[in-house]
Design a protein around this ligand. Structure first.
Ligand SMILES: NC(=O)c1ccc[n+]([C@@H]2O[C@H](COP(=O)([O-])OP(=O)(O)OC[C@H]3O[C@@H](n4cnc5c(N)ncnc54)[C@H](OP(=O)(O)O)[C@@H]3O)[C@@H](O)[C@H]2O)c1
Length: 292
């Protein structure tokens, strides 16, 4: 899609990946950025940065889980600041827990923001884009929408669902000249991951790297935009040797969270633990110390 001179609406724009996307679009010549999240003060700070770059910024503090609020906001925004050419559905929440300890209110929040919030906003904007016969919609999924990982079952479920939603809309809305794409960041250094126990060996990306991948993906109209070589490697490994990826994820999963306290350790988890303690913490460091 053409970025210069157009208007974009970005959710989750108060921080993290959404903020980086808004700034990158402003830098690429987007005329007006409409920023949505709940935190008004943070949105105002992002708007200042955008205006300093010479683009216009409009902020709207909205909780995406409140459908009526979203309805009113979109009607006002389209009338006063539209038409919107690009919608980036980036707002999201994630909770990490062993599945056996998972709590319904957290799962409900993941579903309400990541799926229902995205649905509400997309349906309102897509109808208006369809009547104009142009538009681009980007839904932010995750590498965890392709490769599910232990301790993130319900978050992964929402991100898998986003890929299905995107694939269906891509086909359905093409007749109205609306492009629909998915962005799949891997681990990215934002507030979202600050309290998570990270998987071993995963190197975090920066929000700016994710935003640059989106800009390149928009220009080439790729249906799924993977971010970074680790994501490409994981997806290929999933296709060619799913058993290997499953084993790697098991070993790389954060210790502790993966097990339920009341559970007796299975043979597999004992082997895992043995590999972890004996091989990864003792033997491999010893061998590499001897070599050097
Ligand atoms: N960080 C990662 O490793 C990673 C990896 C893959 C995919 N992603 C995806 O990338 C997207 C952005 O994540 P991030 O890492 O930038 O997270 P983040 O730093 O925690 O930011 C989340 C954004 O969502 C907004 N938000 C949350 N609940 C909302 C609600 N009810 N209504 C409106 N806005 C709401 C927050 O704004 P307010 O709090 O101001 O409302 C904030 O702007 C998410 O969809 C996430 O799943 C992240």
């Amino acid at each position: 899609m053409k970025i210069q001179g157009n208007i974009a609406l970005i959710t989750g724009a108060s921080r993290g990946i959404g903020k980086a996307i808004a700034l990158a679009l402003a830098q690429q010549g987007m005329k007006r950025l409409i920023l949505i999240a709940r935190d008004h003060q943070k949105l105002a700070q992002v708007a200042q940065e955008i205006e300093a770059m010479g683009a216009e910024a409009v902020i709207m503090s909205v909780d995406l889980t409140r459908a009526t609020e979203v309805n009113i906001a979109v009607a006002q925004l389209w009338r006063n600041h539209g038409p919107i050419h690009l919608l980036v559905n980036c707002a999201g929440v994630a909770y990490q827990t062993s599945f056996l300890r998972s709590k319904l209110p957290q799962v409900q929040e993941e579903l309400s923001v990541n799926l229902l919030g995205m649905y509400t906003l997309t349906s309102l904007i897509a109808r208006r884009m369809a009547s104009q016969r142009q538009g681009t919609i980007v839904n932010v999924s995750s590498l965890m929408g392709k490769v599910a990982a232990p301790t993130m079952a319900t978050y992964s479920a929402t991100k898998f669902a986003i890929l299905g939603f995107t694939q269906a809309l891509r086909q359905e809305l093409a007749q109205y000249n609306i492009q629909v794409q998915a962005l799949l960041p891997s681990l990215t250094d934002t507030d979202m991951v600050r309290n998570l126990q990270l998987f071993r060996w995963v190197i975090p990306m920066t929000p700016q790297q994710v935003a640059q991948a989106l800009i390149a993906g928009l220009q080439s109209d790729r249906p799924e935009i993977l971010v970074g070589w680790q994501s490409h490697l994981a997806v290929w490994c999933q296709r060619l040797a799913p058993w290997l990826l499953e084993l790697i994820l098991k070993i790389a999963a954060p210790p502790g969270l993966n097990q339920h306290l009341a559970e007796k350790p299975s043979l597999l988890s004992r082997i895992n633990r043995f590999c972890d303690v004996v091989l990864f913490r003792n033997v491999i460091p010893l061998v590499s110390a001897r070599k050097s």
